[in-house]
Each structure stands twice: as structure tokens, then as C-alpha cells.
Design a protein around this ligand. Structure first.
Ligand code: GLC
Length: 473
């Protein structure tokens, strides 16, 4: 019989998404479902449409206790793309306008909200047998501690770090409210500069830890990228491995994508997508290269660098279309640039379908990230025949090779790579991209090559299943 895996995440596409974690929490369980009996578990946020996904109540409500308070919990379920999904409902956790809080700040009671999520996961494991619990990011990290310390739960845990920049750090007095004994308030457990750090619980107590690319796995053990946890991670490095994310080829295929104005199988087929997007963004010049930026407006994504460089990029023969949302000051600055340059255009908001049409329309995708645990956009760009322009860091370093070294018949994706996160470097990468674009034949050959490469989960899912096997032997 297949082993049972409970895959826990605070966001899962298409139910709730703020970033790449949601895509991975959708596509990885799907890729593993041929080998394992995988159940995905997430909060049933208010924004999730229960009717649309046929989400129904599975159990009678039950109470759980956390820090001396009783909470009433409901468990719902649905089947999505062949994967069983479980939803936990508690008003404290789910009745909010945002998943974690408005951009820039999290809700004040997030420790309680996600502490409760971990307690619910532990409660489920007491009543149902799972061989493996796969936890993701800080929001469910506490579950690793709760499970390790409960002799009734035999489940083994794997903890995946998607982004070390968000660790779930709270004032020390939440410990009692989240039902964690003060004996865990130590350096080797959850204590972090006098505060409580949820991620440390995942790192300390999981049977194994992964992060989302081999380069990021090395980077997070350095002062530059470790966000204060480099020492702790180095201490646990024997159980740490970097495994590259994949994308779901069914969801990201220009040959079948229903969001596109017309589907295509090679770069020649992108023309109508390009004119559609140029029109939508009020840009002119289909013969000029179209650069797009798609993503959250946060420091991580290199938005400062982009803002600094955009006016100079706009002086080149190209068009630039930007889609995303996030920190207000970034939107304002980007908007000001778009207002004063007719070849720069901005759409503020999160729009999955529009993003697909932009991958299809674009010649180049800009990803000047300061750090990037894995990054999925560059892989999506490959699939849609758009060349990524990337800062060589984290997962970008692992997935995007310099186009200057393009070799026919290789299996890696090529783009424009720059080494330092500086405006001059980004500008010169964009200039290189414009030059390559003029060499139509070469540009198309490389873009077509990228479209043929495999960025699915097939390889990485095998690595994950080997890990599942070794921890649950
Ligand atoms: C986070 C990281 C991103 C990664 C994604 C999925 O959003 O910032 O680099 O691709 O998680 O693992």
C-alpha cells in the first residue's frame, strides 16, 4: 500500500496564493500522487470559494485546546486534479481579508493563528495515521516540534524552507498562548534574540530539511543570506538538502493554456499574444523587444534596482510591461516612471490569467532578484519562449545559463545572466538582450530550445520520494 503523506502549507494554488509557495504546494503533491497517498492541508480562508471547488464538511466540529483556550475546528475536503485536499476552518485563522496581513505588515495575532494551524495538524495526526508530514515555511513549522514531542505520533517530518526572509518571529510572551512550554525557549529550540522564532522549530525538530534549490541551500549558511539563522542551519546542515522546484507542465503550457489569445508550439506562434499585450498595456512597436516584469513588489525581487534602472532602459529601443502588487512606495515609484515614459507601462494587481498572457507575449522576462530561493517565473518564461534576464543568485543561478554558452542539444535553459545586483549590470544585461533580439535567428533558436527543456517535477519528485523513503524507513 502506498505510504500516506500529509502535505501542509499556508497557501495552495488555486485556493489561496500570494507567491510561489502556493504553486509548489499545488504541483509537488500532484507530481508525488502517483507514488504516495498525498493529502494537502491548508486553512479554509474566507476568500476561498467553497462552491466553486465543491468543498464539503468531512468531520463533525471538534474542540482543541491551545494555551488554555478552546477552539472549535471544522475539517473540510475536496478533490482537486486528483489530489485530496483538506481544509481547516477556525474563525481565528480564516476570517481575514488577507492571508497574513496587508502588504508590509503581518496581523498581530499571526503567532496564534498559525500556532493553531500547527496544533490542528498535530491533532489530525493523533486520529489518522500518516507516514510522512511535509511542512512548508514558518506558518506550519511549529508542528514539527509538537509532533516530535508527542510519543503518540509516529509520523516522520520533512520541513521545506521556501524563503528564509520570513521566519515567523514574535514576542516571547506568545509562547504560553501557543501552548509551547517555556523549556523550548532556548538557543537550540525556538529562542531567537529574546523572541520566538517559528522557523527554528521546523529546523530543529524535523527529521529532514530541504530548501528549494541547491545554490540557496549553500547560500543560507552564509552571513549574507542566512538572515541570522546561518549558524543554526550550519549546525543542522547534515539534514539539509537543496532540491530544485519544478513547475506543472499542464498548467504552464503554451500549447494548451486557455488564458492565451492563441496557443502556440514555438516562438513564431507568439505574435498575436504580443500584439494583444501591447494593446492592453498601450505600448507601440511590435518589432521592438518586449520585456516584462511579473511579481511581488518587494525588496527581494530587486524592485529598487528595477526602479533605478528603468529610466535608462526606457531609452533603449524596447517596450517594458510590469505586472504585480505589493509595497505602496514601489507601486507609486513604478507608476511615476510609467507616466513619464511611453514605452513603460504598469498594471498593479495580481492577475494569474494576465500573467500567462504576458509570458506568452514577452521576448524577455526581467528577474533582478537580490536573493531568490528558487524562483518559478524564469522556468515559466522558458516554457513560453521568453528569455529570462536574471541576477545570478539562488535558484536563478541553478536554472538559467548564459546564452553566450548556448549549446545545441543540451538540456539546460539559457538567458541573460548578470553577476552583481547593481544598476549598471542590469542595464548592460538589458542591452545585451536587445542586441541578441536583433540577431533574430539566434534569439529564436535559443528561445525554441528553452521551450523544449524539461522544468517539470519529474526529476525533483524522485529526489523527494527518496527522502520520504529514507526518513520513514
Ligand atoms: C518563495 C521564494 C521563491 C520560490 C517559492 C517556491 O516564494 O521566494 O524563490 O520559488 O517560494 O518555493
Amino acid at each position: 500500500m502506498a505510504k500516506r503523506v500529509l502535505f501542509a502549507a499556508s497557501e495552495v494554488y488555486p485556493f489561496a496564493k500570494t507567491g510561489g509557495l502556493a504553486d509548489v504546494a499545488h504541483s509537488l503533491p500532484k507530481a508525488l500522487s502517483s507514488r504516495y497517498d498525498v493529502h494537502v492541508i491548508l486553512p479554509l480562508y474566507r476568500s476561498i470559494d467553497r462552491n466553486k471547488y465543491d468543498i464539503t464538511l468531512l468531520h463533525e466540529p471538534f474542540n482543541i485546546e491551545m494555551g488554555g483556550e478552546e477552539y472549535t475546528i471544522e475539517i473540510y475536503g475536496c478533490l482537486f486534479e486528483g489530489v485530496e485536499c483538506r481544509f481547516v476552518y477556525a474563525p481565528l485563522l480564516c476570517e481575514r481579508d488577507y492571508l497574513y496581513g496587508p502588504p508590509e505588515c503581518g496581523y498581530e495575532d499571526n503567532a496564534l493563528r498559525f500556532g493553531l494551524f500547527s496544533h490542528i495538524i498535530a491533532a489530525l495526526l493523533r486520529s489518522e495515521h500518516y507516514d510522512i508530514l511535509h511542512l512548508n515555511d514558518w506558518q506550519c513549522a511549529l508542528a514539527a516540534l509538537l509532533i516530535r514531542e508527542d510519543p503518540m505520533i509516529p509520523t516522520k517530518t520533512l520541513y521545506t524552507i521556501h524563503n528564509l526572509a520570513y521566519q515567523g518571529v514574535f514576542e516571547a510572551d506568545v509562547l504560553e498562548q501557543i501552548g509551547v512550554d517555556s523549556r523550548y525557549f532556548t538557543l537550540d529550540a525556538v529562542e531567537f534574540y529574546g523572541k520566538v522564532n517559528f522557523m527554528k522549530a521546523g529546523i530543529a525538530y524535523a527529521d529532514f530539511i530541504t530548501t528549494v534549490s541547491p545554490t540557496y541551500a549553500k547560500e543560507i549558511m552564509t552571513h549574507e543570506f542566512g538572515c541570522g539563522l546561518e549558524g543554526f542551519l550550519s549546525f543542522h546542515s547534515r539534514k539539509l538538502q537543496g532540491i530544485l522546484n519544478g513547475i506543472d507542465p499542464e498548467h504552464f503550457s503554451p500549447m494548451s493554456d486557455t488564458a492565451l489569445v492563441s496557443t502556440y508550439k514555438n516562438v513564431k506562434g507568439k505574435k498575436s499574444s504580443k500584439s494583444d499585450i501591447l494593446k492592453q498595456f498601450a505600448l507601440k512597436g511590435a518589432t521592438k523587444p518586449l520585456f516584462v516584469f511579473i511579481g511581488r513588489f518587494t525588496g527581494q525581487k530587486g524592485v529598487d534596482l528595477l526602479i533605478e534602472t528603468l529610466p535608462k532602459m526606457a531609452a533603449l529601443e524596447c517596450n517594458i510591461a510590469i505586472l504585480g502588487d505589493g509595497e505602496e512606495e514601489y507601486s507609486t515609484a513604478l507608476n511615476a516612471i510609467a507616466q513619464s515614459h511611453k514605452n513603460v507601462s504598469l498594471h498593479v494587481g495580481y492577475d494569474e490569467a494576465l500573467s500567462h498572457r504576458m509570458y506568452a507575449a514577452s521576448d524577455f522576462l526581467l528577474m533582478p532578484s537580490l536573493f531568490e530561493p528558487c524562483g518559478l517565473n524564469q522556468m515559466i518564461a522558458f516554457a513560453y519562449g521568453s528569455l529570462p534576464v536574471v541576477h545570478r543568485v539562488g535558484g536563478l543561478a541553478d536554472t538559467v545559463k548564459k546564452f553566450e554558452n548556448y549549446k545545441e542539444g543540451s538540456s539546460v535553459g539559457y538567458g541573460i545572466v548578470f553577476n552583481t545586483p547593481a544598476s549598471r549590470a542590469l542595464l548592460s544585461a538589458v542591452q545585451k538582450a536587445c542586441e541578441l533580439y536583433i540577431d533574430k535567428k539566434r534569439f529564436e533558436e535559443i528561445a525554441n530550445h528553452n521551450m523544449e527543456c524539461d522544468f517539470s517535477w519529474s526529476e525533483s519528485a524522485k529526489v523527494y520520494s527518496r527522502l520520504y523513503e529514507s526518513i520513514s524507513k
